[in-house]
Ligand binder design. Structure first.
Ligand SMILES: Cc1cc2nc3c(=O)[nH]c(=O)nc-3n(C[C@H](O)[C@H](O)[C@H](O)COP(=O)(O)OP(=O)(O)OC[C@H]3O[C@@H](n4cnc5c(N)ncnc54)[C@H](O)[C@@H]3O)c2cc1C
Ligand code: SF4
Length: 554
């Protein structure tokens, strides 16, 4: 039986207005509407479906069909607060219903126990604002399992000797191994490392209304045309709508959260597609706009009571930005691998998850994955050997040879929270609606740079052991571009040093909650989305309990 999705009036005081329908927002919408609460989700991007997704590199990668557009929402960048920010593209995220989970790679790693308690184990790190989480792996474990079963994650439990404990196996087997995975696995074993099937938020078995992966090959940065990628669009958002209590309202760009004289949030103010302004009234507001837009919205919502930004009495909003350290090496082999067919990653390893600081001389850790995530134009522009010809017959011949014979090793690692690394409001640049643009300030902690070089060296070692005929590492430079947007409204028990408490409630405003990449306290080792979604399931439980006890609207 189909259920009509409700249409609320802006003057209806719904139970929750959720801002952003991405990895976290979709799940909160699903859970809260599933408990019978009235929910309106305001999403700035359009509501596209599988039928709208195309294999068009120009539209998707160059014209930002699915992502934040640098002309509409421009950004600036500076390395330190002392520098003048330059107008440049500083970040990418999914700007549509389903958010960044629609176009992501879908590597889906849990954090390990150590991630939550590292500060206690390692001690202070100069220049970093390194603290323990106020919750532990055990608090989150049931929610990791819930994510795997509800959205659909493929993988093999117990395949990695480094895996944290789990209460249930994966709901479906791993995706088939790719050529890059076979090569990676053999070479890693030669080196005494422990490769294993990559856990992926991609279906290896069909589910009602969703096909298993058909290996279309346009995966990273593209929307899945068969619903195999377990995005919020293909999973939580649809389930939320089926409850009959949730309205997803696309093309709704929120630019202010209103407070009443008692200091309680009354709703969210947004521009509709025609740029008319509306206030959606709600008993409580939940911001899930990601690690860049959530702090921006709080800063845009400054008022008399909170002159430095809503819920920002601590001054922590926007700070401690973490991006996850990365390194990419590419190998070319004699025989065709044809790795462009299919999803990106089939094998990973976690032998370096927790490096011994005393031995390597820096803090950090990470994982390696074997992949090919390129589509033809992107490959031609960015994945040829440094000395390859870039024009004419020789260029064509290297393209023809390398496209089918290349694979990549990605290193993914920690990045440290540094107070001055942040998202804030630019003093001069405005977006197409006249609002202050996002300004990113970022300089990698020296340990993060050392880790990037270290991971690159391990990737090269692996490509060597694999017998690659040609291999090189992409230049390891300081970060100026953000893909993972983490830590900017961190969770903590101390209102002076964090923005939300372990219930995701802001310390300053009783009926304002934040849940997304901004909630993370440490960065993990890359692949934050599994944790963001587990936090969202947990937040939904906490918020439901508070609401049922009458502690939100009182
Ligand atoms: C190219 C790429 C590849 C990635 N691959 C991986 C991967 O393999 N594994 C992994 O774990 N992670 C990956 N990530 C990161 C992952 O996608 C994000 O960590 C995750 O989606 C973040 O979830 P979120 O809920 O914080 O925000 P998002 O998913 O970004 O959702 C935020 C939503 O809020 C909306 N929004 C923002 N501001 C407003 C506003 N003012 N009003 C209304 N709506 C608003 C946005 O349009 C968006 O839909 C990748 C990211 C990118 C860019
Ligand atoms: S490779 Fe598979 S999961 Fe990725 S977009 Fe294509 S069908 Fe979907």
């Amino acid at each position: 039986m189909s259920v009509d999705t409700p249409k609320f009036r802006t003057s209806d005081e719904v139970d929750f207005v959720i801002i952003g329908s991405g990895a976290a927002g979709g799940i909160l919408a699903k859970e809260l509407s599933g408990h019978g609460f009235q929910v309106v989700v305001l999403e700035q991007g359009p509501y596209l479906t599988e039928a709208d997704f195309v294999h068009d590199e120009i539209k998707v990668l160059q014209e930002d069909l699915l992502t934040n557009h640098p002309k509409l929402q421009p950004t600036t960048f500076r390395k330190t607060p002392l520098d003048k920010a330059k107008h440049q593209r500083a970040l990418v995220y999914g700007r549509l219903v389903g958010g960044t989970s629609v176009h992501f790679t879908a590597n889906f790693w849990r954090l390990h126990e150590i991630d939550f308690i590292e500060r206690s184990k390692i001690g202070a790190i100069p220049g970093a604002n390194f603290v323990d989480w106020p919750i532990t792996y055990n608090d989150l474990e049931p929610y990791y399992t819930k994510v795997e079963w509800e959205v659909g994650v493929s993988g093999l439990a117990g395949a990695s000797p480094f895996d944290p404990p789990r209460s249930k196996p994966y709901p479906m087997p791993p995706l088939p191994v790719k050529s890059s995975g076979v090569i990676f696995e053999r070479a890693a074993r030669k080196l005494g490392w422990n490769p294993f099937p990559a856990p992926m938020a991609i279906l290896s078995e069909a589910r009602p209304g969703r096909s298993a992966c058909v290996n279309c090959g346009f995966c990273l940065a593209f929307g899945c045309e068969v619903g195999a990628k377990s995005s919020s669009l293909a999973t939580a958002v649809r389930m939320a709508e089926k409850t009959g209590h949730c309205e997803i309202r696309p093309n709704s760009y929120v630019h202010r959260i209103e407070l009443d004289e008692r200091g309680r949030a009354t709703g969210a103010v947004y521009f509709d597609a025609q740029r008319n302004t509306h206030l959606q009234k709600a008993k409580a507001v939940i911001v899930c706009a990601n690690g860049a837009e959530t702090p921006r919205l709080l800063l845009l919502s400054a008022n008399k009571q909170f002159p430095n930004g809503l819920a920002n009495s601590s001054g922590v909003v926007g700070t401690n930005l973490m991006l996850n350290t990365g390194a990419v090496s590419i190998g070319v082999f004699d025989e065709p691998l044809n790795d462009y067919k299919g999803f990106a990653v089939s094998r990973i390893l976690h032998d370096f998850y927790e490096l011994d600081k005393e031995k390597v001389g820096f803090y950090g850790g990470g994982g390696l994955d074997a992949r090919f995530d390129m589509t033809p134009i992107g490959f031609a522009l960015g994945s040829l050997p440094p000395d390859a010809p870039r024009w004419g017959k020789d260029f064509k011949s290297v393209l023809k040879h390398n496209f089918t014979r290349s694979m990549e090793i990605f290193g993914h690692g920690t990045s440290l929270p540094v107070e001055s690394n942040s998202f804030s409001l630019d003093d001069e640049l405005k977006d197409a609606w006249g609002l202050p643009a996002l300004r990113m300030t970022y300089k990698d902690h020296p340990d993060d740079m050392k880790l990037a070089h270290w991971l690159a060296a391990r990737s090269m070692e692996l490509l060597d052991a694999a017998g690659a005929k040609q291999k090189w590492t992409m230049p390891v430079g300081e970060s100026e571009f953000a893909v993972h947007l983490l830590g900017t409204c961190r969770m903590g028990n101390d209102p002076a040093k964090s923005v939300i408490n372990p219930d995701h409630r802001t310390h300053d405003v009783k009926n304002l909650f934040l849940c997304d990449g901004s909630s993370l306290v440490t960065s993990g080792r890359g692949q934050p989305t599994m944790t963001i979604e587990a936090l969202a399931f947990r937040a939904a439980d906490r918020i439901t309990e508070l609401a049922k006890r009458g502690e939100i609207s009182a």
